[in-house]
Design a protein around this ligand. Structure first.
Ligand SMILES: [Zn+2]
Length: 99
């Protein structure tokens, strides 16, 4: 991978991290959001904040577990857990069913 490509990926990762920290809920509908990393793991917004330096850290490894590739809404997965802290990630529709 070229350094310029890696830099682009890092910038995107940082931007997504900042978005999730600023607003853990989607702008439309206020649905709970989480971050998806390059290795397919889920990260809650709290970990994005506490591990912000890790996520933004320049790394030569393109399989960096801290690289955020996207944000997603947890619609109805009542057993979605953050891969870092292990806390359950709130869902949009499965909460009522659990209670
Ligand atoms: Zn977490």
């Amino acid at each position: 991978m070229k350094p310029s490509e890696l830099r682009k990926i890092q910038l995107k990762s940082r931007k997504l991290r900042d978005e999730l920290i600023a607003s853990p809920y989607s702008s439309v509908g206020s649905y709970p959001m989480f971050a998806v990393t390059s290795d397919g793991a889920a990260l809650c917004h709290k970990c994005c904040k506490s591990e912000a330096s890790q996520i933004g850290k320049p790394s030569g490894d393109c399989h960096d577990q801290w690289r955020i590739v996207g944000l997603d809404v947890n619609w109805e997965d009542s057993s979605l857990y953050c891969d870092h802290c292990g806390n359950r990630i709130e869902s949009a529709y499965a909460e009522d069913q659990a209670s």
